[in-house]
Design a protein around this ligand. Sequence first.
Ligand code: ECB
Length: 134
Amino acid sequence: MPTDLSGKWILETSDKFEEYLKKLDVDFATRKIAISLSQTKVVSQDGDDFEFKTLSTFRNYEHSFTVGLEFDEFTKGLDNRNVKSLVKWEEDKLVCTQRGEKVNRGWKHWIEGGKLYLELTCEDVICIQVFKRK
Ligand code: ECB
């Protein structure tokens, strides 16, 4: 049985989120809003098919994908870049590589101690967010 990330999760802690936003060239004012937001992650998982929604009072970001199938992702309302994304399982971690202008870009999700972890990477910066069940 693969890990089940499904559910509604609320952001509890965020480490190096602003540094991550800086690497994505997000401007100062947007960064200050972004780091102050409460985020809710809604994950629907059906076999290898996923839907992710990241919700906040400022902006939402949502998309669907299938594990193992590369897709075109436009990070609308985030840094507005086009990337080629591919999501795979690496043991119990769901790992996404986002190939594009920024090197070493991607994210990883896993569950540990009943919490949902998200590692967001861009270049040499790693941001870690922890969500608890809502
Ligand atoms: C959507 C809530 C956050 C809104 C922040 C608004 C502006 C910031 C500009 C750029 C931010 C770049 C990334 C934001 C970080 C997290 C949002 C979701 C990122 C993501 O790729 O989520 C994945 C993994 O959970 C699933 O789409």
